[in-house]
Structures are given as C-alpha cells and as structure tokens.
Design a protein around this ligand. Structure first.
Ligand SMILES: Cc1ncc(COP(=O)(O)O)c(C=O)c1O
Length: 291
C-alpha cells in the first residue's frame, strides 16, 4: 500500500494532509463525479509530465468539469508537492471533482459551485518489486463504456483488483467479448515473435502514458510495435505479457491464470525494452530523456 507523505494540496493551498476536510456533499463522494491523474517523479523530477497533463485536460473536457488551473499552475502545484515532501521517487496524485452543492442532484450544479482540487504524494518503490515477474489472473471486464476517461468512479476496477489480491496475484487482466482490454489499474502489452502489440485506443481502455513512452523507446531499440485487437487466444499464446503503469513501470507477467507465460521467467524482449525505458527516466545526475 502506498502511504501518502505529510503535505497535500487542497483548494489553493499546501497544507498537512491530516488537516484536509472535504464536504460530504462533494460530488466525488456522492457520485464519483471527479477525474484524476497519477504522475511519476524520479529523483525529484516529474516523468512524462506533458502526456499526463494532456490526459488530465482531456478528462476535464470529456466530463465538462471546469479546469481550475492553467498548465503553469498545475506544474507549480506538482513541483510544490514534490519539494515539500522531500523529492526522491514519488507518485503525485491529483484529483478534481465537480465540487459540493447544497444538496444531492445527479445533474450538474450551477456555476456557483467550484471544483474541489486535491493533491497528495506517496513514494514509489524503486526498483519496483514487480520486476522479478508477477502472476496475473483474468476476469470479465465489468466497467462502463468510457474507460478512456480517467474518472475516480473505479468500483469495477476495485473489484477486479481485489480479485487479484484475494488470489495472491499482482494484477487482474480484463477481458471483454473474447478480447483483452487492459489491467485493473494498468495497460497490457504482449510480445509475439519479438513484436510488441497493444490493443488500439478506444472507449474501452485508458490511453496509457507508460505504453506510449514504451512504444517510442522500443522502436528506438529496433522493435516493431503495433496496435491490434488481442483475442483471449492470442493473449494466452503470447511469448511475453507485460503490464505498464506510471507507478509500476513495466512489469513482466510470468504466470497467467496458473499457466506459465513463455518459460515462466521475465522474457528477453522485456529485459531489453525495460532496461532502455528505465534508462530514460530522470536520475539525480540527468534531466532524463523524456520521449
Ligand atoms: C485502468 C488503467 N489503465 C491503464 C493505466 C496505465 O496508465 P499510465 O501508464 O498512464 O499510468 C492505468 C494507470 O493507473 C489504469 O488505471
């Protein structure tokens, strides 16, 4: 479990996390009417910041929550959270709800209601323990039709992740209509004869910042990378399966539903691409090569 560090951002100011108070009428609490982002930070420097802020802005547009801050302000909030919590390897969590009205009504409130803005930080374990390989299970994807929006309404993801936890596995890979969608909190990449494959962007998957960066880097490593539908049979027959997420990086799945993936060890393509991906992240001595 990622335990948050002491200093948070709440509605315009940095303050102790323990001092943040949210109204029970906040629409994030009542309806899950909120969007969020999780931005990785290495050696005190945000990684892939622009793609994360692009996706946050897209989420605002798609659900019609007013973006309370310009880019420069978001960058200042993120930088302030990192600096006040001591830098290092961190995950910055930002959440914006539609705000709290005087009562409960599904329809949007009037313009008198302003968004509730919350930010907190937790540490990223580095190197991540998933690097030795994780076990994953499959489950039906029971989520709504707009998984491309990074919304806090995550009950189906919570149930899917709990299924993994109860099975002693590291992730649940979701299947819909005989095809792979994604993980409960991650994207999925498969490797077939050296080629990286992920399913195309669409309303049933979140566009992953990590997979985008991994594809850029894998191509630089000479790998072919394609977007294509992935049937369950294709998933089960893959030479390698990886999960990708901002706070977990790139992790090899070595067992899927009790069956070894490949020879049951992190595969050679993962070894190559994950090393190059890790090398692209900021370090104490470099600004990092951000794709
Ligand atoms: C459902 C889902 N898909 C994909 C991802 C991967 O996105 P990213 O690589 O931008 O972290 C996440 C990340 O948390 C997620 O929750």
């Amino acid at each position: 479990m990622a335990v948050p560090l002491p200093t948070a951002w709440f509605n315009g100011e940095f303050m102790p996390l323990a001092a943040v108070r949210v109204s029970p009428l906040d629409r994030a609490f009542l309806f899950g009417d909120a969007v969020y982002e999780v931005i990785p930070v290495y050696a005190g420097q945000p990684f892939l910041l622009d793609p994360h802020l692009d996706r946050l802005e897209r989420s605002f547009r798609e659900v019609e929550i007013r973006n309370p801050h310009g880019r420069a302000e978001w960058e200042k909030i993120i930088g302030g959270l990192v600096q006040r919590n001591g830098g290092g390897n961190l995950a910055v969590y930002l959440q914006v709800s539609r705000g709290a009205d005087v009562g409960r009504d599904h329809a949007f409130p009037g313009s008198h209601v302003t968004p509730t803005v919350f930010g907190m930080v937790s540490t990223i374990r580095e190197p991540h323990p998933d690097r030795t390989g994780i076990r994953a299970i499959t489950r039906p994807d029971q989520r709504w039709g707009r998984c491309d929006i990074k919304s806090t309404a995550l009950l189906a993801n919570v149930l899917a992740r709990q299924a993994a936890s109860a099975a002693g596995a590291g992730e649940t890979i979701l299947l819909r209509d005989g095809q792979l969608t994604e993980g409960s909190a991650s994207s999925v990449i498969i490797v077939e004869k050296g080629v990286l494959v992920r399913r195309p962007a669409g309303p049933d998957v979140l566009p992953g910042t990590t997979t985008d960066a991994v594809f850029v880097i894998a191509r630089e490593c000479g790998r072919r990378c394609i977007d294509d539908a992935i049937t369950v049979e294709r998933l089960r027959g893959a030479d390698e399966i990886w999960i990708a997420a901002a706070t977990r990086g790139l992790a090899p799945v070595v067992v899927l539903d009790d069956t070894p993936v490949g020879n049951g060890e992190p595969g050679p393509v993962w070894q190559q691409v994950s090393a190059a991906f890790d090398a692209s992240r900021p370090t104490a001595h470099s600004g990092g090569k951000v794709p």
